[in-house]
Design a protein around this ligand. Sequence first.
Ligand code: ADP
Length: 191
Amino acid sequence: MRMILTGLPGAGKGTQAHLLAQFLELPHISTGDLFRQHIADRTELGQTAKTYINSGELVPSDITVAMVRDRLGANDVASGFILDGFPRTVDQAMALDELLSDTLGPLDAVLDFTVSEQTVLNRMLARGRADDTDDVIRTRLRIYNEENEPLLHHYSSILCSIDAEGEVEDVHTRVVRALGERLSPSRPGTN
Ligand code: ADP
């Protein structure tokens, strides 16, 4: 199963992707984590990405898409993957669609985690990552609000909306239920 996760920064995509990856035994691919690994390893890509990440801007798509293309070339994605934090723009989505149609096959689902801005602000300030400061968070929220609606429109035919308020385990249960419904929609009169 090939899927992507979208939602506000701090919506809990990373946490849910991790749980879902264990549940479905699929690799969890987070562009934020890949960038942070590059930064920790002091690679050239990491140095470039860092300036964008620290100001809350998106890393340019050519860099991001090349990194994802590289990751999706690994053997462990043959039976599927959970992409967390990519694509974030329609441009990235079109690049991903093209890449997948040439190789692994189309996406099965887009999980959109819906949550209030107040909740994500509370979560991010509690988390306290280097890019979780007030003004950087504001930039990330603004960019998200500009980019996400067209992205969801692009994927409207495979979109599943998940209520991401509340406890981690409850959200996970909602995700599993939504995927079950998406993969085997109950047809009236057949059960
Ligand atoms: P969050 O979703 O909370 O913003 P992430 O760890 O997913 O956290 O991303 C952290 C930062 O990494 C983003 O603010 C952005 O600078 C960069 N980034 C992650 N994914 C992408 C992407 N698909 N395109 C461009 N930049 C990205």
